[in-house]
Design a protein around this ligand. Structure first.
Ligand SMILES: *Cc1c(COP(=O)(O)O)cnc(C)c1O
Length: 349
């Protein structure tokens, strides 16, 4: 037997959403953006490759200084409050490594992003989940939550609703440890906890470039937090965690907010149109503040709908979890992709 740590030997590992290799699929299962990234991102990457890739010989800037400065300006904080990341998953991982020792507890809402549990398992930390009430509050949240970190996915995945800031403040005050607000989808709504970071010592906000910025393939994320948190995260990360292409892509994407707003607006328009059409078919659709919808067919059989779409090469997300098996999650694609999806749903009843 090789000497694996006990928790590594025993864990199963996270299973990411299916990525089909062949063409011809409408892939709306992992909340990717159907539109390409800003043309300025592509220009920046090509420029970085100039001279036959001459620049690739050298290590990238280990401190991501340019990108951090742009983020700081965008959110009105000092650059010492910002860290860049190789996907926001890297930040979630390093936050656990920074705050939760083996045997310590972390918490999150179920249903939300179960990768928090996988990351905690790697660290040997314990996991506690909290359910949701009918009015989308956290059920039985203690007066003082003593876990080291509480992860709040806001807006929620896969249900699509957002928590308001008043409630996030209340949670921060009731957390003895850190409250990480995972804002992976926040660009699709108006409410963000970003401003709260300045006022509430234990709030950390994480963002990703994978959804709204159409850069899932570049692996980019960021966090805004107090400088002491950023210093800790800087100690833990790999020093060259972002390659040169990712760094210039991040900066160019952040600097093209007009492009971001225009693709976000198109996605929200398609989302609201599809939600209304599905409701006409008798579906229950949660009002969504994200780039996906959670939709329940009239017979509450999510698997049947998943299979019907799969047979037509349309890939959505079905969760066998009893809390979610009554519906499917559809990432919002282009209007044309959603029209094709709707046609199959009409036929499937
Ligand atoms: C997509 C997603 C992430 C991961 O983002 P990456 O930057 O691609 O690592 C994190 N949290 C939630 C809730 C997500 O949906």
């Amino acid at each position: 037997m090789l000497p694996f740590r006990k928790n590594i030997a025993e864990m199963t590992g996270y299973v990411p959403g299916f990525q089909p290799d062949e063409a011809g699929w409408i892939k709306v299962n992992t909340n990717e953006n159907p539109y390409p990234p800003s043309p300025k991102v592509v220009e920046a990457i090509i420029a970085e490759l100039a001279g036959g890739g001459e620049k690739l010989r050298k290590y990238p800037d280990a401190g991501s200084k340019v990108a951090r400065r742009v983020v700081a300006e965008l959110y009105g904080v000092d650059p010492s409050w910002v860290i860049m990341a190789n996907g926001s998953d890297e930040l979630l991982n390093n936050l656990i490594r920074a705050f939760a020792d083996a045997g310590d507890e972390i918490g999150y809402v179920h249903p939300s992003y179960s990768y928090y549990a996988t990351l905690a398992e790697i660290q040997g930390a314990k996991v506690r989940t909290f359910g949701l009430t009918d009015d989308f509050r956290i059920a039985n949240f203690p007066e003082l939550y003593e876990g080291k970190i509480f992860f709040l996915t806001s807006p929620n995945a896969p249900l699509g609703f957002g928590f308001d800031n008043e409630y996030i403040i209340e949670l921060a005050e009731r957390c003895a440890g850190i409250l990480v607000v995972d804002e992976a989808y926040v660009d699709f709504t108006d409410v963000s906890a970003m401003e709260l970071v300045k006022k509430y010592k234990n709030i950390v906000v994480t963002r990703t470039f994978s959804k709204s910025y159409s850069l899932a393939g570049m692996r980019l994320g960021l966090a805004v937090a107090r400088p002491e948190v950023i210093v800790a995260l800087d100690k833990i990360r790999d020093h060259y965690h972002l390659d040169r292409l990712a760094l210039v892509a991040a900066t160019a994407a952040l600097q093209d907010q007009d492009y971001l707003q225009s693709t976000v607006a198109r996605i929200c328009e398609t989302r609201d149109w599809l939600s209304a059409e599905l409701r006409k078919l008798g579906y229950q659709v949660n009002p969504s503040q994200t780039n996906y919808i959670f939709a329940e067919p009239p017979d509450s059989d999510g698997k049947r709908i998943y299979d019907a779409l799969f047979a037509r090469k349309i890939l959505v997300r079905y969760f066998s979890d009893p809390l979610l098996a009554h519906g499917i999650r559809i990432s919002i694609g282009t209007r044309e992709e959603m029209e094709k999806t709707l046609t199959v749903l009409v036929e499937s009843g």
